[in-house]
Write a protein that binds this ligand. Structure first.
Ligand SMILES: C[S@@+](CC[C@H](N)C(=O)[O-])C[C@H]1O[C@@H](n2cnc3c(N)ncnc32)[C@H](O)[C@@H]1O
Length: 233
């Protein structure tokens, strides 16, 4: 790994600071759909869920759900029906049309507009069969992730995350995004995401305990760092 990718470097992402109706934010969220497609994120997430979640879940929590396009793509790849999906994001992005698309698949969506740490802290002991996170964990410091994982350990049977892989391939890929016409916000945030991404078993090491747990953590595809933490008892 090149020296400056040896460790995570977290800088604020521009999209997180823009009002959600800002034209650059709207453009960047549109770019995100392409980036998820290029990284094969929904296919990778669906594959992980398929392998790790053997009983159809009733309640799923999604952290940093954005406008819901990603999870809808996952739902379309899944045979699960009659699912309640709690989507937490600090931005209010879920449209009625998207909610209706979920409903057609038998997924009832409950959007929560909140900082996910604050929401988890005040949501008591609400429990979920599965928790999903796509391109969100890399926003947070190791210390914040430790706190997050300690909280999730108590309330979810399995956490599945698909994050940027921190390597030269990812950094090279992010610099090529200009070729598909992404905007300046996306160019900045994509490179920042790779530098803040993960390698090795960095996420496993942040989990509060390995007791009664099974982990999968590895590169999948060219650009994705996949993580699953599954409670076995
Ligand atoms: C790169 S986007 C990914 C969105 C979505 N998962 C997807 O794949 O399209 C990261 C998302 O995390 C959300 N986010 C970042 N920090 C957050 C926090 N502390 N609490 C809640 N949402 C957060 C942002 O608002 C943004 O929608």
């Amino acid at each position: 790994m090149s020296a400056d990718l040896d460790q995570r470097h977290i800088v604020p992402e521009i999209l997180d600071a823009l009002p959600s109706d800002d034209a650059r934010a709207v453009g960047s969220r549109r770019d995100l759909v392409w980036i998820n497609a290029l990284m094969l994120q929904s296919r990778i997430m669906a594959g992980l869920l398929n392998r790790h979640v053997l009983t159809p879940p009733k309640r799923i929590l999604e952290l940093g759900s954005g406008d819901g396009a990603f999870m809808l793509a996952v739902a379309r790849r899944s045979a699960w029906r009659d699912v309640e999906l709690v989507m937490v994001d600090q931005a209010d992005l879920l449209t009625d049309a998207r909610r209706a698309d979920f409903a057609k698949l038998g997924w009832r969506v409950e959007p929560v507009v909140a900082d996910l740490f604050a929401w988890l802290a005040q949501s008591g002991t609400a429990a979920f069969d599965v928790t999903c996170a796509n391109l969100v964990l890399h926003h947070f410091s190791d210390a914040a992730l430790r706190r997050l994982f300690a909280s999730l350990r108590e309330r979810t049977s399995i956490l599945v995350a698909t994050e940027p892989r921190r390597n030269v391939v990812g950094l090279g890929g992010s610099s090529m995004l200009r070729l598909i016409g992404v905007n300046d916000v996306t160019m900045h945030d994509a490179a920042a995401s790779v530098r803040a991404g993960f390698a090795g078993n960095e996420l496993t090491r942040l989990w509060p305990t390995t007791d009664g747990m099974r982990f999968e953590e590895r590169r999948l595809g060219l650009f994705t760092h996949a993580f699953a933490a599954e409670r076995t008892r």
